[in-house]
Design a protein around this ligand. Structure first.
Ligand code: B12
Length: 391
């Protein structure tokens, strides 16, 4: 059996959207040519968002939407005894797996190469997201309740890869690392207790922050945090169903600076209800927060079954069948041109503004390589997320 992991549907960027579908098709074609008798199964977040469309358009044999660990084994067992499995296997809501029973088989992967080329080793401390941000697919991908790994198991994995492969930089790939706060702090305390000399980065919410938490993060090796703030205006935060306030975003930024943790704010401009005033409000607040980097996306990519998709279908803005592999973005029409101009000016004037929707080359492997080498030569720390190097 050949398993293919479809991770990204596209770059989620507007207006210069790039689809990865042709790459997927090409890979499936190569697999078919090389091993015509071998069944192909696909999985991964991109597949899980659009299972029916992918199965049909890629012409693969099977697809597993959601968690793969148990479902893939069951599929293999069925095939082994000659049973005919369903073509698409959907995961049980909330997931089936006890995360404490899992340890990635790093020895079966090119772990050293991933670390060298990617700048970090990925590690997951939990699955699921309890937030209901309007546009987001995380709860659909991983379930809406949080399932945690025990902090000891997480740090066991870090320690083992440190000794085995020399990994000293980790990326906690959880949707929101700092929720629940106590779980993230317990992991940090375990790192500190074991005197593990590592660095790490994570996705965080500005909603669950306090001064003590950042000090513990720093002591445990945190050197970069990406905040999914989405907006820094009251209109924008409400539109995205965010439940934290602008003052929390400012606190989080200040505590990062005080602890010398590099930080980025990821923002989405042009959400429903966005006005010229709310754009100006966000820009002014970004300057006050003074992040190492601000990643400014324009337009909201509509994913199926999200609160925003449901709302827009109800309003007749989009039909369910239009939400698919071909990306549709919600961009507040009346301010589109103003927004383009304003953000481009901002990115010209301030080097820390990154606009993925205007720069196709931002994901280019050569750029990654150059940045990492440059960071290495200048003596700076050439590991960790790419935005840290851009900063
Ligand atoms: C961490 C993360 C990142 C990190 C990755 C860090 C790194 N070094 O790898 C960073 C910050 C780099 C990142 C960047 C981007 N990301 Co991202 N990211 C994630 C996130 C939060 C977790 C992914 C992860 O590692 N999960 C942990 C692993 C264990 O889970 P998994 O991959 O889902 O695998 C399980 C199942 O899917 C399944 N499975 C997976 N593969 C296979 C294969 C087979 C055969 C089978 C049977 C099963 C199976 O089984 C696994 C175990 O249960 C996801 C959201 C999510 N929760 O999935 C978004 C997500 C994947 N990212 C997304 C996007 C859009 C991006 C960006 C394009 C954003 C941007 N505009 O720049 C970039 C693209 C980067 C790139 N070049 O690919 C989207 C993809 C959807 C889409 N539109 O394409 C997601 C789904 C978030 C979202 N809803 O928007 N991302």
């Amino acid at each position: 059996m050949i398993g293919l992991s479809l991770r990204n549907v596209d770059n989620t960027a507007y207006p210069k959207s790039v689809s990865y579908f042709e790459h997927f098709k090409q890979i499936v074609r190569i697999c078919r040519e090389t091993a015509p008798e071998t069944p192909i199964v696909v999985g991964g977040p991109a597949f899980s968002l659009f299972p029916e469309e992918f199965i049909e358009k890629l012409g693969v044999d099977y697809g597993i939407a959601g968690e793969g660990e148990i479902a893939l084994l069951e599929l293999l067992e069925k095939l082994a005894i000659g049973e005919k499995p369903e073509q698409i296997i959907y995961h049980a809501q909330g997931g089936q797996v006890n995360l404490d029973h899992l340890t990635p088989a790093w020895d079966l992967l090119e772990t050293k190469r991933y670390f060298k080329d990617g700048g970090s080793l990925n590690i997951q401390t939990k699955r699921g997201c309890r937030y209901k941000c309007a546009y987001c697919s995380y709860p659909l991908l991983e379930g809406s309740s949080v399932r945690q790994r025990s902090p000891e198991k997480v740090v066991d994995e870090m320690e083992a890869s440190f000794h085995e492969y020399g990994i000293d930089y980790f990326f906690f790939v959880d949707n929101v690392f700092n929720y629940p706060r106590e779980h993230s702090v317990a992991i940090c305390n375990e790192i500190i207790k074991r005197k593990l000399k590592v660095h790490w980065t994570a996705y965080t919410s500005p909603g669950v922050v306090d001064e003590e938490m950042f000090a513990i993060y720093k002591e445990a090796g945190c050197d970069a945090l990406d905040f999914g703030s989405d907006a820094m205006s009251n209109v924008g935060l409400a539109s995205m169903s965010k439940w934290f306030t602008i003052s929390k975003i400012k606190d989080a930024s200040r505590w990062c600076r005080e602890n010398e943790i590099k930080f980025s704010h990821s923002l989405i401009f042009g959400s429903p209800g966005e006005t010229k005033e709310s754009i100006e409000e966000t820009i002014a607040n970004v300057h006050e927060c003074n992040p190492s980097v601000v990643i400014a996306m324009i337009g909201v990519r509509i994913y199926p079954h999200t609160p925003l998709a449901n709302r827009l279908i109800k309003q007749g803005w989009i039909a369910p069948e239009e939400i698919g592999l071909k990306p549709v973005f919600y961009v507040e029409e009346s301010i589109r041109e103003f927004m383009f101009e304003r953000l481009l000016t901002e990115s010209r004037n301030y080097h820390n503004w990154i606009l993925p929707g205007f720069n196709k080359k931002i994901n280019h492997p050569l750029l990654f390589e150059r940045l990492r080498n440059k960071a290495g030569k200048s003596g700076a720390y050439g590991k960790g997320p790419m935005w840290k190097m851009l900063a």
